[in-house]
Design a binder for this molecule. Structure first.
Ligand SMILES: [Zn+2]
Length: 148
């Protein structure tokens, strides 16, 4: 049986406040084949977003797609967790465009992802480069979440 989770916003206002954000067909397509533990976090995160809409930019990848990304300098490993469906890239979607340089929005996304992961006892890592002990190299990295 699922435990009922009461949202902080419900407690303070006495009623549930929903934002107006919803996933479009592209985001749904990207979630296909992604580990359900990550999908749970992503869905919760979308509902929690207050200011910024989000887009699921990338989910599972084929080896061929990964090779292409490495060659283009957009990824640095052929052992990406995207290959196993254990990673997602979430990007703020603002004024009808993906907003790769809005760090405030990425931080709001990351905070929500962490909250939902903790709630469901799922271990996630924000930023792929961190896994290899490095600092963030690109803004692309701020979009990346993977299962630990
Ligand atoms: Zn990624």
């Amino acid at each position: 049986m699922a435990r009922r989770i009461v949202d902080n916003r419900q407690i303070s206002s006495g009623k549930l406040i929903m934002n107006n954000f919803y996933f479009g067909p592209d985001s749904f397509r990207e979630l296909e084949g992604v580990d359900p533990r990550l999908v749970v976090c992503v869905a919760g995160t979308l509902l929690d977003m207050n200011q910024y809409d989000i887009s699921v930019f990338d989910g599972i990848r084929t080896f061929k797609e990964q090779k292409k990304l490495v060659r283009a300098g957009n990824s640095w490993t052929l052992a990406s967790k995207h290959l196993k469906g254990q990673a997602v890239d979430l990007v703020p979607y603002i004024d009808g465009r993906l907003s790769w340089d809005n760090m405030d929005a990425f931080k709001e996304i990351a905070a929500a992802m962490r909250r939902h992961a903790t709630r469901h006892r799922i271990k996630i890592i924000w930023g792929a480069q961190k896994r290899y002990g490095g600092d963030w190299l690109t803004v692309n990295d701020a979009a990346h979440f993977e299962l630990a």
